[in-house]
Ligand binder design. Structure first.
Ligand SMILES: *Cc1c(COP(=O)(O)O)cnc(C)c1O
Length: 367
């Protein structure tokens, strides 16, 4: 079947590879894993994912609801700040409600009594390449930093959430950080039923020392007698989708520039935020050099500069790889550009177009 570009293509076989790693970690360490919906919420593949994961975690009321309705199993609700109006609804969809601050915990714990209650802690440590995404940055509002307050909070909660890793493929760093939080919070941890270690750990990367990782998780869980949770986003879906585009025009301004029927700003926004280039398959490596750019009016809407095996022409297909995480969840209607469809390559190899967006969706996103 040939689909009309642009489209994101999610490959279930690729996804399965990551899910099997998670399954192995679960079995050998006893942890539970919940998918971070803020990274990836393409629910047409949740049928596969829920066989290998224990549920979802959220950043808002709507994500919690999506987790309940489309994934099922356990729902962790977290939000940097809930409004009072939201909190009862949140509790209806969730198994756990994790507050970001002691002040929210105190204000709302009575309203979520059917749920397990947790507090996010700001341990003051982190692993991140970017200040913008660093939860331990100066004046960070993410999680409760005060030790005295945490002591007071401990009677109201059954668990805590830490989230201090971001794209962390450095196992040694992870290990040292686990020692650090074990020491710093040992009194609190002993009183709890569950501890979530958040996301950002790159355990699906090729060389990641899975056995050692499992041992640390298991030791931590045994030492404090807690159920450990991981909240992976990127590491679940890494390398499992591509953005398929077509060349619409080729222009020249000292170099050759291929303009495709998608946009960085609208369809792969994180590349701009983190000043990164899109990836394309290495097999494309050749001698024809092009800058590949998007068709929004933003001057810097550039996917990257690549060497192709053959000359590009209008209609040539360009596939950007590793486009599952923080892409579809951030796509927007900037410039009113055609939004990429979402398609899924199922385990049996068949391709299913699961969503097409049109003018109606554009209009209904505004009034
Ligand atoms: C973003 C986030 C995650 C997922 O992070 P990844 O880097 O995609 O694994 C998990 N938990 C919390 C609290 C987050 O903010």
């Amino acid at each position: 079947m040939s689909l009309k570009t642009p489209y994101y293509l999610i490959d279930e076989r690729r996804l399965l590879k990551n899910l099997k790693v998670i399954q192995y970690i679960k079995e050998s360490s006893g942890i539970r894993s919940v998918l971070a919906l803020k990274c990836f919420s393409a629910w047409s593949v949740f049928g596969l994912m829920k066989k290998y994961m224990d549920g979802t975690t959220s950043s808002s009321l709507y994500e919690a609801r999506l987790g309940r309705e489309k994934f099922g199993k356990e729902v962790h609700a977290y939000c940097v700040a809930y409004t009072k109006d939201e909190i009862r609804e949140v509790s209806r969809f969730s198994d756990k409600v994790i507050f970001n601050s002691y002040s929210q915990l105190k204000s709302f714990y009575r309203l979520v009594q059917g749920c397990k209650i947790g507090l996010r802690l700001n341990s003051g440590i982190s692993y991140s390449h970017y200040d913008l995404a660093d939860p331990a940055r100066r004046f960070s509002r993410l999680g409760e930093p005060g030790m005295a307050v945490i002591k007071d909070a401990s009677n109201l909660i059954s668990g805590v959430m830490f989230h201090f890793n971001c794209e962390n493929s450095d196992f040694r760093n992870f290990s040292l950080n686990m020692d650090y939080i074990s020491r710093k919070y040992s009194h609190l941890l002993k009183k709890l039923e569950w501890v979530s270690l958040g996301g950002g750990i790159y355990f699906t990367q090729k060389e990641y020392p899975i056995e050692k990782f499992c041992r640390i998780l298991k030791n931590f869980s045994n030492r404090f007698n807690v159920q450990v949770y991981l909240e992976p986003g990127e590491s679940v879906i890494t390398q499992s989708a591509e953005l398929v585009t077509s060349v619409v025009d080729i222009v020249r301004n000292r170099i050759d520039i291929a303009i495709v029927d998608a946009s960085v700003e609208a369809h792969m926004l994180d590349l701009l935020i983190y000043r990164d280039s899109a990836k394309i398959e290495k097999s494309n490596n050749g001698k024809f050099k092009y800058m590949v750019a998007g068709r929004s009016c933003l001057a810097g809407d550039i996917f990257g500069t690549y060497y192709f095996k053959s000359k590009l022409k209008i209609g040539s297909i360009i596939k950007f790889t590793d486009t599952a995480g923080y892409t579809m969840v951030k796509k927007n209607w900037f410039n009113g550009l055609t939004m990429p469809s979402i398609a899924v390559k199922r385990l049996d190899g068949s391709i299913e177009l699961t969503r097409r967006f049109g003018y109606k969706d554009f209009v209904s996103s505004m009034s």
